[in-house]
Design a protein around this ligand. Structure first.
Ligand SMILES: CC(C)(COP(=O)(O)OP(=O)(O)OC[C@H]1O[C@@H](n2cnc3c(N)ncnc32)[C@H](O)[C@@H]1OP(=O)(O)O)[C@@H](O)C(=O)NCCC(=O)NCCS
Length: 199
């Protein structure tokens, strides 16, 4: 999903002075976090989601959603899921937002990295998402993290804009023995929830 980002607006964005160490990252901790996530996504992404959509993600995969706080204020969030898709077990990044005054300081990178780490530890082989072809910031961010543009989805968004399907493939140690061991060898906790497929 990851609907298109809302326009940057005409006003100048006041940046907030802060040290990166002052940002606290927490995984979804319950119903009190839900309005914080909803407010951020409603503010920054163009298409409204119903509360059921949010609940679907955070109730089933609370360990994959993270919030970033600065002095008690929620300034960023990522919402994800994972499941079987065709022959793979894969993660999916549904929403990612950092509010404007806090952008450009690595908060989105940290949020996404935390979700991806949990996906890897859970046995995912890849991670996907969709991003608007015009969303330079998101495309640059995911490109830096190693995502490739797997597909172009024509008129994907309600506003008629195309999307790229972005994909990050995890190294498979059994296929590439020379690669660093990025995935956990212990299979005992893998594939925790197979009830819902991705997409
Ligand atoms: C996209 C978004 C989440 C990035 O958040 P952020 O905290 O500023 O991202 P980071 O600071 O972690 O950026 C990491 C890298 O991404 C790239 N990047 C991020 N925003 C960028 C922008 N506006 N233009 C160009 N590159 C950008 C840069 O390479 C950056 O690294 P650098 O600062 O060392 O150059 C934020 O701009 C946002 O919330 N946008 C609106 C919602 C949205 O588009 N969500 C994604 C939908 S797919």
């Amino acid at each position: 999903m990851e609907t298109s980002a809302k326009g940057e607006g005409v006003g100048k964005v006041e940046k907030v002075e802060f040290d990166a160490s002052e940002i606290e990252y927490v995984s979804y901790g319950g119903e009190h976090h839900l309005p914080l996530i909803m407010n951020l996504v409603d503010q920054e992404l163009s298409e409204p989601y119903s509360i059921f959509t949010y609940r679907y993600f955070v109730y089933l995969w609370p360990q994959l959603s993270f919030l970033a706080f600065h002095e008690g204020k929620c300034v960023g969030t990522v919402v994800c899921k994972m499941g079987e898709h065709r022959s793979t077990f894969r993660g999916y990044i549904a929403m990612l937002v950092v509010i404007k005054p806090y952008r450009g300081r690595g908060i989105a990178t940290e949020l996404v990295s935390r979700s991806i780490k949990v996906m890897m530890e859970s046995g995912c082989e890849e991670v996907t998402l969709e991003a608007e072809v015009t969303n330079k910031g998101a495309l640059a961010l995911y490109g830096r993290l190693g995502f490739i543009r797997a597909k172009r989805l024509f008129h994907y968004y309600l506003n008629g804009v195309d999307a790229f399907r972005l994909k990050l493939l995890f190294p498979q140690p059994e296929l590439h023995p020379s690669l660093p061991m990025m995935v956990d060898k212990d299979d005992s906790h893998k594939h925790g929830d197979h009830r819902h497929s991705v997409e």
